[in-house]
Write a protein that binds this ligand. Structure first.
Ligand code: PMP
Length: 449
């Protein structure tokens, strides 16, 4: 029974696992953008298992690829060669520009970022690594330090060694370009993209230069990590041009630039296959997870042969990375994205969703900001539009719960958990977005009444 399931979870699963909602959902089945609970109730999944179900729950083509592989070979470890990993490596690196031609398969986003940190340190001989405040890069001891939300880090010795957090250029809530400087000469648009007049990106860039001067020994750095759009941090989009300039500065000081594409890769942002392509620069290392495997534990680090060679100086090993099942799934996911034109769908449906959300914003004061790209969209709820004060958690939760009760699921992000996070499987259509919008509208109306 439902009660027994809750009891077992409480008794036998570690309490760090926090289920969403007052009455947590028990999900039994999923098909494409739909999830079904233990009573057979259907939910529109606008969160995709935290940005992971990229092509759809139990997508028939991915299922078929996996079951064919399962009946042939599960696992050997990379001590033997198997054709699938080679086929997959070729397919995956073909998606990258420049000299990003070497791939190492791992099992999770944290592991991918761990490996990228190691690569950068070994390759450059430098220790310090920069990441943004509000960033999320993982929960392993190494990446926990890189993740820059105080609530997600344990105060343990070693966790934060050699890590420096820099100001994230958040156009809505940031120190520059946000509410605090709206009336100053540094003008910003509602959700600033720095196209033209806005100088906020400059202010953050100057701060980054200062960090090199004052916080890093001899100004040297091993790497800087950046999400192309901050995901868990609340769908934060950086000013245009900022990441390109930051990458140049990092390289000039001996470091590598790492793009964390765990959320933004595989067509999620619609316009490009990789989020970094929207920032007009090519990283030295790219990490990916989540959408790569549509829910299968698969992740990867892609880099240049030169950087990969540095790691090759020693044995670096993991047991499962890119095993035959994972590789079969990875190939099928790439096939489906291409065959079903899911990147284009992400762009078209996402653009429509964003436009409709902007209309909703006109009618509801609590909608402070609507932002994102493709099917990676954030709706920031505020107490006060002028001051941009985050909407208090109980109110956000009430709206969230109402939507769940009405059959629409999505996530919450940002430091205050007040940014509604929409990252559905890329197969959602216009009518699904309509359902999400109508549901949101009902929840907002209930909240106002
Ligand atoms: N990077 C980003 C941008 C993420 O959003 C996440 C997970 N939320 C990770 C890394 C870590 O991935 P995993 O949970 O698979 O370790």
């Amino acid at each position: 029974s439902y009660e027994q399931i809750l009891e077992t979870r409480k008794t036998h699963l570690t309490p760090n696992l926090v289920a969403h909602f007052k009455k947590p959902l028990v999900i039994h089945e999923g098909h494409m953008q739909w999830l079904y609970d233990h009573e057979g109730r259907r939910y529109l999944d606008m969160f995709g298992g935290i940005v992971t179900v990229s092509v759809g729950h139990c997508h028939p083509k991915v299922n078929q690829a996996l079951s064919e592989q399962i009946s042939k070979l599960w696992h050997t470890t990379n001590i033997y060669m198997h054709p699938k990993i080679h086929e997959y490596a070729e397919r995956l690196v073909a998606k990258f520009p420049g000299n990003l031609k070497s791939v190492c398969f791992v099992n999770s986003g944290s592991e991918a970022n761990d490996l990228a940190m190691l690569m950068a340190r070994i390759h450059t001989g430098n220790q310090d690594i920069l990441s943004f405040r509000n960033a999320y890069h993982g929960m392993s001891p190494y990446t926990m330090g890189l993740t820059a939300h105080s609530t997600w880090r344990f105060p343990l010795a070693g966790v934060n060694n050699g890590l420096v957090h820099v100001m994230n250029p958040d156009p809505y809530q940031g120190i520059w370009g946000g509410a605090a400087c709206r009336d100053s000469p540094v003008q910003t648009t509602r959700s600033c993209q720095c196209q033209g007049g806005c100088q906020a990106g400059d202010a953050y860039y100057n701060e980054l230069e200062e960090t090199f001067k004052y916080s890093l020994p001899r100004g040297k750095v091993a790497a800087m990590f950046a999400e192309s759009i901050q995901g868990v941090g609340g769908t934060v989009q950086f000013p245009k041009g900022y990441l390109k300039r930051a990458a140049a500065l990092v390289r000039a000081n001996g470091g590598l630039f790492v793009a964390d594409e765990v959320q933004t890769g595989f067509g999620r942002t619609g316009e490009h296959f990789w989020g970094f392509e929207g920032h007009d620069y090519v990283p030295d290392i790219v990490t990916m997870a989540k959408g790569i495997g549509n829910g299968f534990p698969l992740a990867a680090v892609v880099t240049t042969p030169e950087i990969a060679a540095s790691l090759g100086q020693a044995l670096h090993f993991n047991t499962y990375g890119g095993n035959p099942m994972a590789s079969a799934v990875g190939i099928a996911v790439l096939d489906v994205i291409e065959e079903e034109q899911l990147q284009r769908n992400s762009r078209e449906v996402g653009t429509y969703f964003l436009k409709c959300l902007e209309e909703l914003q006109q009618r509801f004061e609590i909608v402070g900001d609507v932002r994102g790209k493709g099917l990676m969209i954030g709706v920031e709820l505020v107490e006060d539009r002028e001051k941009r004060t985050p909407l208090a958690t109980p109110h956000v939760l009430e709206i969230w719960e109402t939507c769940k009760d009405l059959g629409v699921l999505f996530g919450r992000g940002g430091l205050h958990g007040n940014v509604l996070s929409f990252r559905p499987p890329l197969c959602v259509g216009f009518e699904d977005v309509e359902l999400a919008l109508n549901t949101l509208e009902t929840a907002f109306q209930q909240h106002m009444s």
